[in-house]
Ligand binder design. Structure first.
Ligand SMILES: Cc1cc2nc3c(=O)[nH]c(=O)nc-3n(C[C@H](O)[C@H](O)[C@H](O)COP(=O)(O)OP(=O)(O)OC[C@H]3O[C@@H](n4cnc5c(N)ncnc54)[C@H](O)[C@@H]3O)c2cc1C
Length: 466
């Protein structure tokens, strides 16, 4: 298989397919509004959507550096699913029942996105096939069984554990020895969702200014090269790009994730692979992959690649190293040998936000009116929607329009975490962690023992994940 004519970068395949949007007009000058949202990804747009729906007279402006969906929201793997980063940590901090409420809210969020997209006539190729995660080695199988039990303990009683034969009946992944499946997931086309959402928000009467980078956020102000927006509430919705804002260099680490997509595959190949249910698909490796079968029958598959750029540098329109493209292609062929001759049409990358304790958060500081949401650590497609509805409730509560709600009482609200270490410690830490994960995956692949490799456990501890 050749990758010679693979398109690399170009923001993402999803835009190559859909067309890159022409940016809306930038901010024309200084202005005052009720709510200013910085960043036009899922977090910012869903927040604008729910706030405007709740309080139609609110004057809301979204400021977006490039165009809505330029970031991870227009580049991701299209797993709309119920995972939320940090749930187990929140159980430790706030008790098991609080974390169960958080998980339940996430389970419901999958349906909320599907329903709202339908109500707004956003056709984002959504297919509700659930999430299938497979194990390839004895160590992965042990982790998978633990993971399965933990999810059930957090209220997912509809989760199903499958053996090797049953797994192969769903999707024929070479060497899979078992899997866990949850119905709380759907496959979608990320760019179609974010474009449709931007249009829906604009149609509601929210003002979107694109090509408008915010350089600094301070209480009641968002500063741009074209003027300053003054607002009682300023919400930072910039996830993986947060480090580029003044004073936020060490807030969330911009972690890279990279993807490839094949040409549309013929029936002969799908006959060998199966995957009729179009579940989103992943595994239990430390450096795990995530994949989907697209609406037009391609495989889109992602993984970590080159995890982090020195100094929290964020983006170059999705450009991706040749070695990452080759590694992802080789991984796909290992999983599905029948794809050995197929063409990889496109490869790209994006950044997601990782807090120091790997816990997603949504926060509104009542004394300053500054809010933010993110740190979803690669599970942001559904989580951004829950965050947005929570920001709506927090603002309504703060402005006296409503009282506390179930959402404002969830344990991830107003969570505080320390900042990342300065360089070069950040770079060394992240690269060391992923080198350790890859080494652990290699050792587990040849070991008959079911336990997780100790190197991975040490890496988890150093990274602050457990
Ligand atoms: C390759 C990849 C695959 C992923 N796969 C999945 C998946 O399958 N499922 C899942 O749940 N999650 C996945 N994620 C994570 C998920 O996509 C993100 O968590 C989510 O999209 C974050 O949405 P957001 O709106 O918070 O941030 P973003 O979508 O990154 O949006 C932030 C926006 O802010 C803008 N911006 C940045 N700086 C400024 C500034 N200074 N001024 C104004 N605007 C600014 C950016 O241009 C961008 O449009 C993936 C991420 C990547 C990168």
């Amino acid at each position: 298989m050749s990758t010679v004519s693979t398109v690399v970068g170009g923001i993402s395949f999803w835009y190559a397919q859909e067309g890159t949007p022409t940016p809306r007009e930038p901010l024309p000058g200084d202005t005052s509004v009720d709510v200013c949202i910085v960043g036009g990804g899922y977090t910012g747009l869903w927040t604008a959507y729910y706030l405007k729906k709740a309080v139609p007279f609110l004057n809301i402006t979204v400021l977006e550096a490039k165009f809505c969906g330029y970031g991870a929201s227009g580049r991701n793997g299209g797993w709309l699913y119920n995972g939320i980063a940090g749930r187990d940590r929140y159980a430790e901090l706030h008790g098991h029942d609080a974390a169960v409420r958080l998980q339940k809210a996430m389970n419901e969020t999958v349906g909320e996105v599907v329903r709202t997209a339908a109500a707004e006539k956003i056709d984002a190729d959504i297919h509700r096939g659930g999430v299938l995660e497979v194990a390839h080695t004895p160590a992965q199988l042990a982790r998978l069984k633990d993971f399965h039990s933990v999810e059930i303990a957090f209220g997912e009683t509809d989760r199903v554990l499958r053996g090797a034969r049953e797994t192969a009946e769903r999707v024929h992944v070479t060497g899979a020895v078992g899997s866990t499946w949850t119905p709380h997931g759907a496959r979608l086309h990320p760019a179609k969702l974010v474009k449709g959402l931007a249009d829906a928000v604009e149609a509601l009467g929210v003002t979107l200014h694109e090509s408008t980078p915010v350089t600094e956020i301070k209480p009641k102000h968002a500063v741009t090269p074209y003027g300053t927006v003054r607002a009682p509430y300023v919400l930072r919705c910039t996830e993986g790009f947060t480090a580029s804002l003044k004073g936020q260099k060490r807030t969330w680490l911009p972690m890279n994730s990279s993807m490839i997509v094949t040409e549309p595959l013929p029936a002969r190949i799908w006959d060998a692979i199966g995957w009729e249910g179009r579940e989103t698909l992943g595994d239990m490796a430390h450096a795990y992959f995530y994949a989907q079968r697209t609406a037009d029958d391609r495989i889109a598959l992602g993984g970590r690649g080159h995890p982090y750029r020195f100094g929290s540098a964020t983006d170059n329109d999705g450009r991706t190293r040749a070695s990452t493209v080759t590694a992802l292609r080789d991984l796909m062929v290992r999983l599905f040998p029948v794809t050995a001759g197929v063409h990889v049409d496109h490869a790209w990358s994006g950044v997601l936000g990782v807090p120091r304790d790997w816990c997603a958060t949504v926060t509104l500081d009542r004394s300053t009116g500054l809010g933010y949401a993110g740190g979803y650590v690669g599970s942001g497609v559904a989580t951004a929607n829950l965050a947005a509805r929570t920001l709506r409730d927090l603002i309504q509560q703060d402005s006296g329009q409503a009282g506390p709600t179930e959402l404002t009482a969830l344990p991830w609200v107003n969570h505080k975490v320390r900042r990342w270490e300065p360089e070069p410690l950040r770079w060394l830490g992240v690269h060391g962690m992923y080198a350790a994960y890859r080494a652990a995956d290699r050792r587990e692949s040849t070991s008959p023992r079911p336990g997780t490799d100790p190197v991975a456990k040490v890496a988890d501890r150093i990274a602050g994940r457990h």
